[in-house]
Design a protein around this ligand. Structure first.
Ligand SMILES: [Zn+2]
Length: 126
């Protein structure tokens, strides 16, 4: 099933933007707390571990959490930049197409449309 991209009016709606802001803040705090807990319990391990065999950066749970936190905070920046931000919140950072409302409501940190996401993950695994 193909979801309809959100309209510019929907993306600019103050009520929606307030909900997305709240959800991003909540998620950011949750991820941050998890990251802090993980760092304090694994501190010794991490200091010893130089990760020489890590072929794919971002594949450890810690790295994934960090990347996710970056993603959340990037979305927060796009959201606070206002509807005219570049790239605007709710649009794909690669191709600028508006993301579907349903996607934004479920995952307001989404940064790419399904097509770009598929294309980029295809490139990575090639
Ligand atoms: Zn795209």
């Amino acid at each position: 099933m193909r979801l309809q991209p959100a309209t510019l009016a929907q993306l600019a709606d103050p009520g929606r933007r307030a909900r997305w802001r709240q959800e991003l803040g909540r998620k950011g705090m949750a991820v941050n707390a998890k990251l802090t807990a993980m760092l304090s319990s694994q501190n010794a391990n991490l200091l010893d571990l130089k990760l020489p065999h890590e072929r794919k950066p971002g594949q450890t749970p810690l790295e994934r959490l960090r990347l996710f936190l970056d993603q959340v905070s990037d979305a927060q920046k796009r959201l606070s930049a206002g509807p005219d931000g570049e790239p605007a919140f709710g649009t794909c950072v690669e191709c600028s197409v508006a993301l579907p409302l349903q996607v934004l409501d479920e995952t307001p940190w989404a940064a790419r449309c399904a097509e770009c996401e598929a294309r980029l993950s295809g490139v990575e695994s090639a």
